[in-house]
Ligand binder design. Structure first.
Ligand code: 6PG
Length: 414
């Protein structure tokens, strides 16, 4: 390693095409660094932003630098501390020419995917790389919340200690639930300091750094239902509202019985079905945004990049690689997923019934079940909303007998 006093001195010493990689806190620091670095770059150089930037900032920066002939890459990285040692998942987007120049460097830090190739692929133009990283994190939030809800169910409704919960969940390692988040959860559940479980000494207020917000904003902005990702983000917010929680606790003192019985098969099925709905939401956001910007994001390739290195790697992800190679529609409409929903939704509802009667907080398991209920045509209710909208705003409604036909009004006040 060589030390330099100024950015200019560092860059002047490099042979073109130069590859500049920035690992900074998102937002202003990235813009400040671009302002400081760009005057020292020339046409054909590559500049990479490896922070968790918002994809619209990346699109702006990509076009800004393209005007000077500089190849800009907004690169999503996932893997955390373990990734530093074992390789990470790399999601570059922006200039494809720049990607080809930087590819050997990016591939050298990537983990090895399920098919033996590096967990690195060109995701798409503009902010596509950072966009999929945002969705990765939205999925991550909901999957972490699901683990928390399974833990809460076994801890407070069934009454198992953390190490016993680890025993129950370790059987899941042999199934499609196996993955990085299961592994770290098992490890966390078993850790003790003296006689006490470390987990039980940790304050239950969850933090976040913003990417979950971006994922929920993208879903809402593009009209894609993402009830689980939204529930997971809001669960973190609620966990942080200690003032409200402390005071409301005085009036909601009903204690779980700690001996509720539930089938472990039901719990496993509920967890797996909820995970599938979570992935459906994530992939659905990507499909919508990719179509809007014409990014042409390849979901099979993206799933392959997510089979190792990243936080949401799991054996389920390995299956998505094959699935997306032969499927170009919503995940929940795939025949295998439809069969799974039919077989496991009753189990998810049974688990939700127990958690609700035991006064547990399980918003993601509930949201998964409610997604399935809302995604059916049974028990219509949005017709009342349409009637109300027409009543107070004259917005009109379509008729059951002509779903794509013209808008009608009703003289509600006559
Ligand atoms: C990853 C993680 C990581 C994450 C931060 C912040 O893929 O390696 O997703 O990039 O964004 O650890 O996460 P929080 O929002 O939970 O703080």
């Amino acid at each position: 390693a060589k030390g330099f006093e100024t950015i200019g001195a560092l860059l002047d010493g490099l042979v073109p095409a130069r590859i500049v990689m920035m690992m900074l806190t998102a937002d202003e620091p990235v813009d400040d660094a671009i302002t400081a670095i760009t005057p020292h770059l020339s046409k054909g150089d590559v500049q990479i932003d490896g922070s968790n930037s918002h994809y619209s900032d990346t699109t702006r920066r990509y076009h800004q630098l393209k005007a000077s002939g500089i190849h800009f890459l907004g690169c999503g990285f996932s893997g955390g501390l373990d990734g530093i040692a074992n390789g990470i998942s790399v999601m570059p987007g922006g200039s494809e020419e720049g990607y080809q120049i930087a590819r050997p460097v990016l591939e050298s830090v990537a983990a090895i995917s399920v098919d033996g190739s590096p967990c690195c692929t060109f995701i798409g133009p503009e902010g596509a790389g950072h966009f999929v990283k945002i969705v990765h994190n939205g999925i991550e939030y909901a999957e972490m919340q699901l683990f928390a809800e399974v833990y809460a169910t076994l801890r407070y409704a069934v009454g198992l200690t953390p190490d016993h919960i680890a025993e129950v969940l370790s059987a899941w390692k042999e199934t499609d639930a196996s993955g990085y988040l299961l592994d770290i959860t098992l490890n966390i559940l078993r850790q003790k300091e003296g006689d006490a479980f470390v987990l039980e000494s940790i304050l239950d207020s969850a933090g976040h750094k913003g990417t979950g917000v971006y994922a929920v904003q993208a879903a809402a902005g593009f009209g894609v239902p993402a009830m689980m990702i939204t529930a997971a983000l809001h669960a973190r917010y609620l966990s942080g509202q200690r003032h409200i929680r402390t005071h409301l606790d005085e009036v909601t003192r009903s204690q779980p019985r700690k001996n509720a019985s539930m089938g472990t098969t039901d719990l496993y099925n509920a967890f797996q079905l909820a995970r599938i709905i979570n992935y459906h939401e994530g992939f659905s956001i990507i499909r919508a945004v990719s179509a809007h910007y014409q990014w042409n994001i390849n979901l099979a390739e993206l799933s392959r990049v997510w089979t190792n290195g990243c936080i949401i790697r799991s054996s389920l992800m390995n299956r998505f690689v094959k699935l997306w190679e032969n499927w170009d529609d919503e995940l929940v409409l795939h025949p295998e997923v439809k069969t799974l929903i039919a077989a496991t939704w009753p189990g998810l509802r049974r688990i939700n019934h127990v958690s609700s009667s035991e006064t547990l907080f399980t918003p993601c398991l509930v949201a998964a079940s409610q997604y399935i209920a809302g995604a059916s045509l049974r028990f219509p209710a949005a017709n009342l909303i349409q009637a109300q909208r027409d009543y107070f705003g004259n917005y009109g409604f379509r008729k059951v007998s002509d779903p794509t036909g013209p808008l009608h009004h009703f003289p509600w006040r006559n």
